[in-house]
Design a protein around this ligand. Sequence first.
Ligand SMILES: Nc1ncnc2c1ncn2[C@@H]1O[C@H](COP(=O)(O)OP(=O)(O)OP(=O)(O)O)[C@@H](O)[C@H]1O
Ligand SMILES: [Mg+2]
Length: 288
Amino acid sequence: MSDSRQVGADPDGQADAESNTDETGNRRTAGETILAAEGLRKSFGGITAVDGVEFEVERGTITGLIGPNGAGKSTTFNLLTGVHTPDSGRVRFDGTDITGWQPDRIARQGLVRSFQIARELEDMTVMENVMLAPPDQFGEGFWASVLPGFRGRVARQEAELRERAWETLAFFELDDLANERAGSLSGGQRKLLEMARVLMTDPEMILLDEPMAGVNPTLEEKLLDRLHELQERGYTFLLVEHDMDVVMNHCDPIVVLHQGQVLAEGGPQLVRNDERVLEAYLGGTVES
Ligand SMILES: Nc1ncnc2c1ncn2[C@@H]1O[C@H](COP(=O)(O)OP(=O)(O)OP(=O)(O)O)[C@@H](O)[C@H]1O
Ligand SMILES: [Mg+2]
């Protein structure tokens, strides 16, 4: 995992601009597949929620995953992040077959989804929430008592973690709220905090299921702005979002699901004008 992706590691974005582009100024990573869904299928009882879903996500994109209610978007997310195991099909991330892996292992590999702030975390401060996010933290228990030098290392690690937490909070303009209860945040601030928590796990690719739901227009702007800033720094996003303005203006490409299958995919213009997509959203019969 490269440090250049770390929030705050390079406030003016200089190093990132260099590390993500080649000598001609093109993105070095353009065209590279980071995530592939290969023939994913998942049934619940008699309902086939995901029925042979196949698509690829290119590194460095904000890819949209859309479709009418019940199309299979959330189930697809769950298959990609290990919450559900597919009945058949594969998930490939960064060249590794991660099918059947547990969610925490997938997260450590760099594919992370955002989670709502759990109830228990609402009574903690914003800073504590961010500090608690990274996986693989050690700092207590058996090893601390037996390994020489471990305590010093833990203290150093803790200081580094705290610094990164501050940088991440500042990136989302949440630093002024560091000592507030997480439970006291507005809907939009919560979404920013959820994003901050995701970033602390040092992901490569982030999956967001309706990140703009319940967010006021001002914070929505801020969230979208941060999303693009992170994209510039080399992160990849897969976004499920119902707000078509958000999708059409901020996602490219867009994958359209309908009845558990990929109905269409392409740039916003292409998808917007696709007859089958219109029909799917209007509830009409779709012929392929
Ligand atoms: N755990 C489950 N048990 C039974 N059926 C499920 C389960 N999860 C999803 N389904 C069904 O699978 C289909 C796809 O659901 P899914 O939640 O993936 O759709 P979605 O595209 O996310 O919809 P929405 O836009 O409403 O969030 C639906 O018919 C849903 O009822
Ligand atoms: Mg859903």
